[in-house]
Design a protein around this ligand. Structure first.
Ligand code: UDP
Length: 240
């Protein structure tokens, strides 16, 4: 028998970079399809899944700010629109698998998606629709990690599941140090104190203040998204 999923409502954060995979183009459709398959399967089990998508595979505001006179706020608006492209693509993938979805954007793009309305988002979740949040927080100078933490708090998600390209949180950078150790568990305070690069400080603070645990895990291992969504112990758990 399959164990009962641990979570009733989760917020899954998928970075833009993860969607690109090894590809030099912006999205690897095979990766996107696998993500959609795992999300759809868990949604079918009755777990309420909200997704916040990043946009770094297309555009990062901070990287482009300054180019040809582009100010940071405008650059970030372009970045937020990049996240909407990922949201639409993920929506299409999920729906091709028969999984009902809604995209809600933090600023109005009425012909493309619903505007973010908290109560409506929760209603969709109750009805078994996967809700995909696009356009981050709608504000420049923020990140989609912060958007994930914010939406999780707003919709009363029990956990933020952060899908990344590494196995979790290490004591030092595993790309530069072969002796790097993976943490099974770290506290919010430890992440802040040791400046562990896992989420920006704003996002971690929001999760800490609202007592929302974060699970950081590797999405490149097939089955991991399902495991995380079901509440299996993978990657690194961040909490009090
Ligand atoms: N962004 C923003 N406000 C937000 C979320 C995102 O301005 O609330 C912009 C910002 O320019 C960022 C880009 O959107 O660089 C893409 O988001 P992010 O870098 O968080 O994506 P990820 O790293 O997850 O792919």
């Amino acid at each position: 028998d399959m164990p009962k999923p641990k979570w009733k409502r989760v917020l899954l954060k998928i970075s833009g970079e993860a969607l690109a995979g090894e590809k030099t183009s912006n999205i690897d459709p095979a990766i996107l399809l696998r993500i959609a398959q795992e999300v759809a399967a868990i949604a079918r089990l009755g777990v309420e899944v909200a997704v916040t998508v990043g946009g770094g595979n297309f555009f990062r505001g901070a990287t482009w700010a300054g180019a040809s006179g582009l100010d940071r706020a405008s650059a970030d608006q372009i970045g937020m629109m990049a996240t909407v492209m990922n949201a639409i693509f993920l929506q299409a993938s999920l729906e091709s698998l028969g999984c009902p979805t809604r995209v809600q954007t933090a600023f109005k793009m009425a012909e493309v998606a619903e505007p973010y309305i908290r109560r409506r988002a929760m209603r969709h979740l109750e009805k078994g629709r996967v809700v995909i949040f696009g356009a981050g927080t709608g504000n420049p100078f923020f990140t989609t990690d912060t958007a994930a933490a914010l939406r999780a708090a707003e919709i009363n998600a029990e956990v933020v599941l952060k899908a990344t390209n590494v196995d979790g949180v290490y004591d030092c950078d595993p790309r530069h140090n072969t002796a790097a150790q993976l943490h099974q568990h770290v506290s919010y305070a430890q992440v802040a104190r040791d400046r562990l690069s896992v989420m920006d400080a704003t996002a971690i603070t929001l999760c800490a203040e609202n007592d929302i645990p974060v699970v950081v895990f590797n999405l490149n291992i097939p089955g991991n998204i399902s495991r995380a969504l079901k509440g299996e112990r993978i990657g690194t758990l961040i909490d009090q």
